[in-house]
Ligand binder design. Sequence first.
Ligand code: FAD
Length: 378
Amino acid sequence: MENRLKKVIIYGSGVIGGLSSLCLERNGFDVCHVTSEIKKDQDRTYALSPGSVNWLKTCGFRDKFFETLYPIKKIEISREDATSTFTSDSVFEPALAYMCSEKNLMKEITSKIQSRRIKTYSEPKELKLKNSNDHVLIKLDDKNISASILMACDGANSTIKEHLNIKKKVKNFNQIALVFNFKVSKNILSNAKQYFLQDSILALLPISTKTFSVVWSCDQSLFEKLKEKDDINFIIELKKIVGNDYGKILNISKRNSFPLSMVVNNKFYDQRIVLMGNAAHAIHPLAGQGLNLGIRDIVDFEKCFKSYPYADIGLEGFLRRFERSRRIDTFEFITLTSGLQWIFSRKSKFINKVLIKGIKFLETRDNIKNFLIKKAIS
Ligand SMILES: Cc1cc2nc3c(=O)[nH]c(=O)nc-3n(C[C@H](O)[C@H](O)[C@H](O)COP(=O)(O)OP(=O)(O)OC[C@H]3O[C@@H](n4cnc5c(N)ncnc54)[C@H](O)[C@@H]3O)c2cc1C
């Protein structure tokens, strides 16, 4: 006989939706995974923290996947003539982060989902939900599913959230992230670089010995200027920033763009629906932490039901415990990323001087740098 208390609905076909399904299935839940069509031409590159990679290792993905991850061992941040360097050696870790292709990760997740007892359904044409104290019910096009809990993993613009009694605050950064790759003629080893400029933040993240994955968060006017440029003129603009540090810049890939905003909610759950990943918190990508934060949502959810084995994980008592476990981590990264974005985009000469002094000071303080590294690698 079907046990509704063991039944869970996962809604969303991104990384967080897939990983949530795998996590709950391995803990004995009867998982119904509602997915939308995945854009096949899309591939994004993420910097995964060592903590996230360690947790992914518990998901039984193939060694071949982990071999594709490219380690970052050193990150240099700079503003004008001030630089500060963070290295994995200083905290005795093999890497500060690992660069990962979303396509490769989704391939592993999809193949694991297919090999497990996870039922998948297509998203309904129109979303109809009943969320009560007793159960949650979703109406799909040809079936109704009733469960103890629904995990909304449908991203920052979550349609599920629109049906809930959850207030969200959206902050538009008035910035657009240009995302692309390029090759260079010099060996870049495992070194990343982040330039905090007056009108943008340029992050160069190595994905092989001679290729960078780039996230260039630009203000509106710079974006408009760059958008018009052909590859040759675009390279000239890049060279103005990076100089000759990497030799020749070659093979610029297609440039994709993402408008940047932050979405913060007043709570993580409403009755029996809980928000996970970007549906729960979308942050600025300058610290490369959005997906890592989402993975930690799943890690903490799993820890919560291992520590407090509720027969019904849709009960308010359990969801409150989970929410409490996520409050500090989420708050810290929301504050850090929006604070850094704010201060580095000020046009004031005084603030600029303070920032330059601050970066120079940071370079002399190993204890502060190591504290920041330990936060980022968790
Ligand atoms: C430029 C940029 C660079 C970034 N770099 C990093 C990085 O280096 N490291 C890092 O940790 N994070 C990074 N992030 C953040 C990261 O991309 C997000 O945090 C992460 O993608 C969130 O995953 P998610 O599964 O919660 O949401 P999403 O990736 O948005 O996935 C949501 C999924 O739900 C699906 N969906 C939507 N509606 C429905 C529906 N009706 N039914 C079913 N499914 C639905 C969508 O199709 C989508 O597949 C970056 C973000 C940006 C913009």
